[in-house]
Design a protein around this ligand. Structure first.
Ligand code: PMP
Length: 360
């Protein structure tokens, strides 16, 4: 068996060069005479990796100096709760824009720690669009406004950062971080689980504006406090050292590819090719409004769902894996994160056309 073309939504494909490098230095990393997994997180060598990787991410995303970059754990889901623990009190109110399943979960997990108010939702469209900005019911006194720029399950993505006045904007960028250029200064806080565009699961990158750290209550357990993690440079306790190392390799790979500008161009071409293939056929469909379609996650459906199993089996035999849709929606989903090349998407659309011509 050979490695497949992996369209998994997450954990997801990593650049092959990164995996090969990790393989080659698995037993001995640099001059450590041990694996990077086997040395202290407080050793000079690991602290150098930590510093350099942070700098690489700062370069890639042009992160301004008044933001801290934290390398944390717990998955994005833990931070659904930890964000209000740090930035609000249970009697205060925060606004949420809900455009899919992850936004819903952010509300649910955050609710014990803040009055989570849904300021706009597209549930009425089964999450196939983004509510018009003019229809958002924003509270100018909200502690923050939370949204999900890319909804991984529903395949809905904001094409621009919304204008929200002075309320700190918080974005769950788990599935679109580093996929195109964004202006970090528009945000109060950005966070992302690593297992799509950054590396392996078990690592969360969190970028927070300095002034928001002042809100972290002194009374909270220190392990949950972003201020504490910032003060300890993400070494308050033992971090996910191997995950951090993998992220550091992915950041170097991204720089060598031309950074987020090059990624954005490539991701746009990949998405256009896949959506145009779907739209030009009577056999496949995608329900998302054109202006809200994700560049990262493309759910699609066969007109005859009884062929789903055959589609997946034939795709698998052709080396195309990870295409089964999320259980909430059924059908198919192709996740085409940074590590997926335009050629791999060409292979997928060739297979889709061929399958349609044989079964259509
Ligand atoms: N937010 C988004 C947008 C996601 O795609 C995911 C995972 N697929 C999560 C949050 C949850 O991440 P985790 O499982 O790492 O907690």
């Amino acid at each position: 068996m050979t490695r497949g073309c992996n369209f998994s939504a997450g954990p997801a494909a990593l650049p092959e060069e990164v995996l090969r490098q990790a393989q080659s230095e698995l037993l001995e990393w640099g001059s450590a005479r041990a694996s990077v997994m086997e040395i202290s997180h407080r050793s000079r060598a690991f602290m150098d990796l930590a510093e350099e990787s942070e700098q690489d991410l700062r370069d890639l995303m042009s992160i301004p100096d008044n933001y801290r970059v934290l390398f944390l754990q717990g998955g994005a889901t833990q931070h659904f709760a930890q964000i209000p623990m740090n930035l609000a009190r249970p009697d205060q109110s925060a606004d949420y824009i809900v455009t899919g399943a992850w936004g819903e979960k952010a509300v649910r997990e955050g609710s014990p720690y803040v009055q989570a108010r849904i300021a706009a939702s597209s549930i009425d469209s089964h999450y196939t669009r983004i509510p018009a900005r003019s229809a958002w019911d924003l509270d100018p006194d909200a502690c923050y406004l939370h949204y999900t720029p890319n909804e991984t399950i529903h395949g809905v993505e904001f094409q621009d950062v919304p204008e929200v006045g002075n309320v700190p904007l918080i974005a769950d960028m788990s599935s679109d971080i580093l996929s195109r250029p964004i202006d970090v200064s528009r945000f109060g806080l950005i966070y992302a689980g690593a297992q799509k565009n950054i590396g392996a699961s078990g690592l969360v990158i969190l970028i927070i504006r300095d002034d928001l750290l002042e809100r972290c209550p002194d009374s909270m357990a220190r392990i949950f406090s972003y201020a504490e993690h910032a003060a300890g440079r993400s070494l308050f306790n033992t971090p996910n050292t191997y995950g951090w190392y993998l992220a550091s390799l992915v950041f170097k790979w991204l720089k060598a590819q031309g950074g987020v500008v090059a990624m954005g161009e490539r991701n746009k071409s990949k998405a256009e090719l896949l959506y145009s293939t779907i739209d030009q056929s009577d056999f496949y469909s995608n329900p998302v409004e054109a202006s809200a379609r994700s560049w990262m996650n493309v759910p699609f459906f066969l007109g005859r769902p009884e062929l789903d199993a055959a589609f997946l089996a034939e795709a698998d035999a052709a080396g195309l894996i990870g295409l089964k849709g999320h259980r909430v929606l059924g059908g198919m989903r192709a996740s085409i994160y940074n590590a997926i090349s335009l050629d791999q998407v060409r292979t997928l659309v060739d297979f889709m056309r061929d399958f349609a011509s044989r079964h259509g």
